[in-house]
Write a protein that binds this ligand. Structure first.
Ligand code: AMP
Length: 280
Protein backbone atom coordinates (compact mmCIF):
# COMPACT_ATOMS: atom_id res chain seq x y z
CA UNK A 1 0.00 0.00 0.00
CA UNK A 2 1.12 3.48 -0.87
CA UNK A 3 0.20 6.19 1.68
CA UNK A 4 0.29 9.87 0.69
CA UNK A 5 -0.56 13.16 2.35
CA UNK A 6 -0.68 15.65 -0.51
CA UNK A 7 -2.96 16.09 -3.50
CA UNK A 8 0.07 16.19 -5.79
CA UNK A 9 1.26 12.76 -4.63
CA UNK A 10 -2.29 11.47 -4.88
CA UNK A 11 -2.65 12.63 -8.48
CA UNK A 12 0.69 11.12 -9.45
CA UNK A 13 -0.17 7.72 -7.95
CA UNK A 14 -3.61 7.77 -9.59
CA UNK A 15 -2.19 8.68 -12.99
CA UNK A 16 0.05 5.60 -12.81
CA UNK A 17 -2.91 3.37 -11.85
CA UNK A 18 -5.11 4.75 -14.61
CA UNK A 19 -2.35 4.31 -17.16
CA UNK A 20 -2.48 0.63 -16.23
CA UNK A 21 -6.20 0.60 -17.07
CA UNK A 22 -7.47 0.07 -13.52
CA UNK A 23 -11.02 0.98 -12.42
CA UNK A 24 -10.76 3.17 -9.34
CA UNK A 25 -12.91 2.56 -6.23
CA UNK A 26 -12.95 5.11 -3.41
CA UNK A 27 -13.88 4.91 0.29
CA UNK A 28 -13.89 8.29 2.08
CA UNK A 29 -13.71 8.11 5.89
CA UNK A 30 -12.91 10.14 8.99
CA UNK A 31 -10.76 7.32 10.36
CA UNK A 32 -10.91 5.44 13.69
CA UNK A 33 -11.72 2.61 11.31
CA UNK A 34 -14.17 -0.06 12.43
CA UNK A 35 -16.22 -2.91 11.02
CA UNK A 36 -18.54 -0.51 9.16
CA UNK A 37 -15.62 1.05 7.31
CA UNK A 38 -14.16 -2.40 6.70
CA UNK A 39 -17.32 -3.51 4.91
CA UNK A 40 -16.97 -0.54 2.54
CA UNK A 41 -13.31 -1.34 1.93
CA UNK A 42 -14.13 -4.99 1.25
CA UNK A 43 -16.85 -4.04 -1.25
CA UNK A 44 -14.49 -1.66 -3.06
CA UNK A 45 -11.77 -4.34 -3.09
CA UNK A 46 -14.18 -6.89 -4.62
CA UNK A 47 -15.61 -4.56 -7.23
CA UNK A 48 -12.77 -2.35 -8.41
CA UNK A 49 -9.21 -2.82 -9.56
CA UNK A 50 -7.54 0.02 -7.66
CA UNK A 51 -8.83 0.99 -4.22
CA UNK A 52 -8.25 4.43 -2.75
CA UNK A 53 -9.29 5.24 0.83
CA UNK A 54 -9.09 8.61 2.54
CA UNK A 55 -8.87 9.49 6.21
CA UNK A 56 -9.70 13.10 6.96
CA UNK A 57 -11.56 14.56 9.92
CA UNK A 58 -13.28 17.38 8.09
CA UNK A 59 -13.64 20.51 10.24
CA UNK A 60 -16.28 21.97 7.91
CA UNK A 61 -18.84 19.42 9.03
CA UNK A 62 -18.46 20.02 12.78
CA UNK A 63 -20.43 22.73 14.57
CA UNK A 64 -18.65 25.09 17.00
CA UNK A 65 -19.84 23.13 20.06
CA UNK A 66 -19.30 19.67 18.56
CA UNK A 67 -16.57 17.06 19.07
CA UNK A 68 -13.97 18.05 16.43
CA UNK A 69 -11.14 18.31 18.97
CA UNK A 70 -11.93 15.01 20.68
CA UNK A 71 -13.00 13.00 17.63
CA UNK A 72 -11.11 9.66 17.84
CA UNK A 73 -7.92 9.63 15.76
CA UNK A 74 -5.72 6.56 15.23
CA UNK A 75 -3.41 7.04 12.27
CA UNK A 76 -1.31 3.90 12.80
CA UNK A 77 -4.31 1.71 13.49
CA UNK A 78 -6.07 3.09 10.42
CA UNK A 79 -3.06 2.43 8.18
CA UNK A 80 -2.95 -1.17 9.43
CA UNK A 81 -6.68 -1.67 8.66
CA UNK A 82 -6.32 -0.16 5.19
CA UNK A 83 -3.29 -2.31 4.45
CA UNK A 84 -5.06 -5.47 5.70
CA UNK A 85 -8.02 -4.76 3.39
CA UNK A 86 -5.87 -4.55 0.31
CA UNK A 87 -6.17 -0.79 -0.19
CA UNK A 88 -3.79 0.33 -2.93
CA UNK A 89 -3.56 4.01 -2.07
CA UNK A 90 -4.27 5.72 1.26
CA UNK A 91 -4.81 9.49 1.27
CA UNK A 92 -4.31 11.08 4.70
CA UNK A 93 -4.21 14.83 4.14
CA UNK A 94 -3.65 17.26 6.99
CA UNK A 95 -6.10 20.08 7.51
CA UNK A 96 -3.83 22.63 5.79
CA UNK A 97 -3.56 20.37 2.75
CA UNK A 98 -7.33 20.01 2.31
CA UNK A 99 -8.29 23.53 3.39
CA UNK A 100 -5.24 25.85 3.19
CA UNK A 101 -7.82 28.56 3.89
CA UNK A 102 -11.51 28.16 4.68
CA UNK A 103 -13.10 27.54 1.25
CA UNK A 104 -14.82 30.63 -0.12
CA UNK A 105 -16.99 28.57 -2.46
CA UNK A 106 -18.93 25.70 -0.90
CA UNK A 107 -21.70 23.26 -1.72
CA UNK A 108 -24.97 24.35 -0.19
CA UNK A 109 -27.66 21.70 0.25
CA UNK A 110 -31.32 22.77 0.03
CA UNK A 111 -34.23 21.54 2.18
CA UNK A 112 -32.67 18.06 2.35
CA UNK A 113 -29.79 19.61 4.27
CA UNK A 114 -32.07 21.38 6.75
CA UNK A 115 -34.21 18.48 7.90
CA UNK A 116 -33.48 15.98 10.74
CA UNK A 117 -29.65 16.01 11.01
CA UNK A 118 -29.53 19.39 9.25
CA UNK A 119 -31.95 20.91 11.75
CA UNK A 120 -29.92 19.68 14.75
CA UNK A 121 -26.51 20.27 13.19
CA UNK A 122 -26.78 23.46 11.12
CA UNK A 123 -24.27 23.48 8.27
CA UNK A 124 -23.22 19.87 8.87
CA UNK A 125 -24.52 18.49 5.60
CA UNK A 126 -23.15 21.47 3.62
CA UNK A 127 -19.76 20.64 5.14
CA UNK A 128 -20.12 16.98 4.18
CA UNK A 129 -21.16 17.82 0.62
CA UNK A 130 -18.28 20.27 0.23
CA UNK A 131 -15.59 17.85 1.35
CA UNK A 132 -17.08 14.93 -0.60
CA UNK A 133 -17.15 17.12 -3.73
CA UNK A 134 -13.48 17.96 -3.29
CA UNK A 135 -12.47 14.37 -2.55
CA UNK A 136 -14.39 13.07 -5.57
CA UNK A 137 -12.59 15.65 -7.74
CA UNK A 138 -9.20 14.74 -6.32
CA UNK A 139 -9.64 10.97 -6.62
CA UNK A 140 -11.94 10.76 -9.66
CA UNK A 141 -13.22 7.26 -8.86
CA UNK A 142 -15.56 5.21 -11.04
CA UNK A 143 -17.31 4.07 -7.87
CA UNK A 144 -17.43 5.67 -4.42
CA UNK A 145 -18.67 3.69 -1.39
CA UNK A 146 -20.90 5.03 1.40
CA UNK A 147 -22.74 3.43 4.31
CA UNK A 148 -26.50 3.29 4.85
CA UNK A 149 -25.73 4.11 8.50
CA UNK A 150 -25.53 7.80 7.55
CA UNK A 151 -28.68 7.73 5.42
CA UNK A 152 -29.15 11.49 5.11
CA UNK A 153 -25.50 12.03 4.21
CA UNK A 154 -25.93 9.35 1.56
CA UNK A 155 -29.01 11.14 0.20
CA UNK A 156 -27.07 14.42 0.06
CA UNK A 157 -24.19 12.80 -1.82
CA UNK A 158 -26.56 11.15 -4.27
CA UNK A 159 -28.41 14.40 -4.92
CA UNK A 160 -25.16 16.33 -5.34
CA UNK A 161 -23.86 13.79 -7.84
CA UNK A 162 -27.16 13.84 -9.77
CA UNK A 163 -27.81 17.59 -9.62
CA UNK A 164 -24.26 18.66 -10.48
CA UNK A 165 -23.47 15.82 -12.94
CA UNK A 166 -20.55 14.29 -11.08
CA UNK A 167 -19.34 11.32 -13.17
CA UNK A 168 -19.08 8.96 -10.17
CA UNK A 169 -21.27 6.00 -9.32
CA UNK A 170 -22.36 6.05 -5.67
CA UNK A 171 -22.51 2.60 -4.07
CA UNK A 172 -24.37 2.07 -0.78
CA UNK A 173 -23.38 -0.63 1.73
CA UNK A 174 -25.69 -1.92 4.49
CA UNK A 175 -25.26 -0.83 8.11
CA UNK A 176 -22.89 -3.08 10.07
CA UNK A 177 -24.11 -3.76 13.61
CA UNK A 178 -22.77 -5.19 16.84
CA UNK A 179 -24.32 -8.54 17.83
CA UNK A 180 -26.79 -6.68 20.09
CA UNK A 181 -27.95 -4.48 17.20
CA UNK A 182 -26.05 -1.26 17.98
CA UNK A 183 -24.83 0.28 14.71
CA UNK A 184 -21.03 0.32 14.71
CA UNK A 185 -19.75 3.90 14.95
CA UNK A 186 -16.54 5.71 15.83
CA UNK A 187 -18.55 7.65 18.42
CA UNK A 188 -19.49 4.43 20.29
CA UNK A 189 -16.02 4.77 21.86
CA UNK A 190 -17.37 7.74 23.87
CA UNK A 191 -20.01 5.61 25.63
CA UNK A 192 -19.54 4.66 29.28
CA UNK A 193 -20.19 1.00 30.15
CA UNK A 194 -23.71 1.86 31.34
CA UNK A 195 -24.47 3.90 28.23
CA UNK A 196 -23.11 1.17 25.99
CA UNK A 197 -25.47 -1.31 27.68
CA UNK A 198 -28.45 0.98 26.97
CA UNK A 199 -27.46 2.01 23.42
CA UNK A 200 -29.02 -0.97 21.56
CA UNK A 201 -32.43 0.51 22.42
CA UNK A 202 -32.09 2.71 19.33
CA UNK A 203 -32.13 -0.29 17.03
CA UNK A 204 -34.80 -2.06 19.09
CA UNK A 205 -36.97 1.03 18.68
CA UNK A 206 -36.43 1.14 14.92
CA UNK A 207 -37.24 -2.57 14.70
CA UNK A 208 -40.46 -1.98 16.64
CA UNK A 209 -41.47 0.72 14.16
CA UNK A 210 -40.63 -1.49 11.25
CA UNK A 211 -42.56 -4.40 12.79
CA UNK A 212 -45.62 -2.18 13.27
CA UNK A 213 -45.44 -1.34 9.56
CA UNK A 214 -44.92 -5.00 8.60
CA UNK A 215 -48.06 -5.84 10.62
CA UNK A 216 -50.05 -3.54 8.33
CA UNK A 217 -49.86 -0.09 9.93
CA UNK A 218 -49.62 2.64 7.27
CA UNK A 219 -50.00 5.78 9.38
CA UNK A 220 -46.49 7.32 9.62
CA UNK A 221 -47.23 8.80 13.06
CA UNK A 222 -48.21 5.36 14.38
CA UNK A 223 -45.01 3.81 13.02
CA UNK A 224 -42.97 6.58 14.68
CA UNK A 225 -44.94 6.12 17.91
CA UNK A 226 -44.08 2.41 18.02
CA UNK A 227 -40.40 3.37 18.01
CA UNK A 228 -40.85 6.23 20.49
CA UNK A 229 -42.61 3.90 22.96
CA UNK A 230 -39.54 1.66 23.06
CA UNK A 231 -37.18 4.62 23.48
CA UNK A 232 -39.34 5.93 26.33
CA UNK A 233 -38.66 2.73 28.29
CA UNK A 234 -34.91 3.45 28.45
CA UNK A 235 -33.58 5.66 31.23
CA UNK A 236 -30.83 8.09 30.25
CA UNK A 237 -31.69 8.06 26.55
CA UNK A 238 -32.68 11.52 25.36
CA UNK A 239 -34.43 11.20 21.99
CA UNK A 240 -33.87 14.07 19.55
CA UNK A 241 -36.09 12.76 16.79
CA UNK A 242 -37.81 9.67 15.44
CA UNK A 243 -39.01 10.31 11.90
CA UNK A 244 -40.32 8.33 8.97
CA UNK A 245 -39.15 10.08 5.80
CA UNK A 246 -38.79 9.47 2.09
CA UNK A 247 -35.25 8.46 1.16
CA UNK A 248 -34.48 11.15 -1.45
CA UNK A 249 -35.51 14.41 0.20
CA UNK A 250 -35.92 13.25 3.80
CA UNK A 251 -39.31 14.96 3.85
CA UNK A 252 -42.33 13.66 5.81
CA UNK A 253 -44.55 11.04 4.18
CA UNK A 254 -48.34 10.85 4.03
CA UNK A 255 -48.49 7.08 4.12
CA UNK A 256 -45.82 4.60 5.26
CA UNK A 257 -44.49 2.57 2.33
CA UNK A 258 -41.65 0.18 1.53
CA UNK A 259 -38.43 2.11 0.94
CA UNK A 260 -39.17 4.85 3.47
CA UNK A 261 -36.48 5.50 6.06
CA UNK A 262 -37.23 5.34 9.78
CA UNK A 263 -34.48 7.45 11.36
CA UNK A 264 -33.56 8.16 14.96
CA UNK A 265 -31.14 10.42 16.81
CA UNK A 266 -30.63 10.26 20.57
CA UNK A 267 -28.18 11.39 23.20
CA UNK A 268 -26.77 9.07 25.82
CA UNK A 269 -24.95 11.35 28.22
CA UNK A 270 -22.68 13.47 26.01
CA UNK A 271 -22.73 11.07 23.08
CA UNK A 272 -25.07 11.63 20.17
CA UNK A 273 -25.98 8.51 18.17
CA UNK A 274 -27.95 8.14 14.94
CA UNK A 275 -29.38 5.08 13.24
CA UNK A 276 -32.01 4.15 10.67
CA UNK A 277 -33.81 1.24 9.03
CA UNK A 278 -35.62 1.02 5.71
CA UNK A 279 -39.21 -0.26 5.58
CA UNK A 280 -39.63 -3.44 3.58
P1 AMP B 1 -17.18 8.21 8.90
O1 AMP B 1 -15.76 7.79 9.08
O2 AMP B 1 -18.01 8.09 10.13
O3 AMP B 1 -17.32 9.54 8.19
O4 AMP B 1 -17.81 7.14 7.91
C1 AMP B 1 -17.24 6.85 6.66
C2 AMP B 1 -18.17 5.97 5.88
O5 AMP B 1 -18.40 4.77 6.61
C3 AMP B 1 -19.54 6.62 5.64
O6 AMP B 1 -19.97 6.32 4.32
C4 AMP B 1 -20.39 5.94 6.67
O7 AMP B 1 -21.77 5.88 6.32
C5 AMP B 1 -19.79 4.55 6.69
N1 AMP B 1 -20.15 3.86 7.93
C6 AMP B 1 -19.99 4.31 9.20
N2 AMP B 1 -20.50 3.42 10.09
C7 AMP B 1 -20.99 2.39 9.36
C8 AMP B 1 -21.65 1.16 9.68
N3 AMP B 1 -21.90 0.80 10.94
N4 AMP B 1 -22.02 0.34 8.66
C9 AMP B 1 -21.78 0.69 7.38
N5 AMP B 1 -21.15 1.83 7.00
C10 AMP B 1 -20.78 2.67 7.97
Amino acid sequence: MHAVETSAELRAALAAARAGGATVGFVPTMGALHAGHRSLLAAARRETGFVVASVFVNPLQFGPTEDLATYPRDRDGDLAVLEAHGVDLAFLPGEKEMWPAPPEVRVRVGALGERLEGARRPGHLDGVATVVAKLLHLVGPSRAYFGQKDAQQLAVVRRMVADLAFPNEIVVCPTVREPDGLAVSSRNAYLSAGERARAPVLYRALEAGRARWAAGERDPAAVERAAEEVLATAAGVDTEYVALVEPDGFGPVGRAEAGHVLAVAARLGRTRLIDNVILG
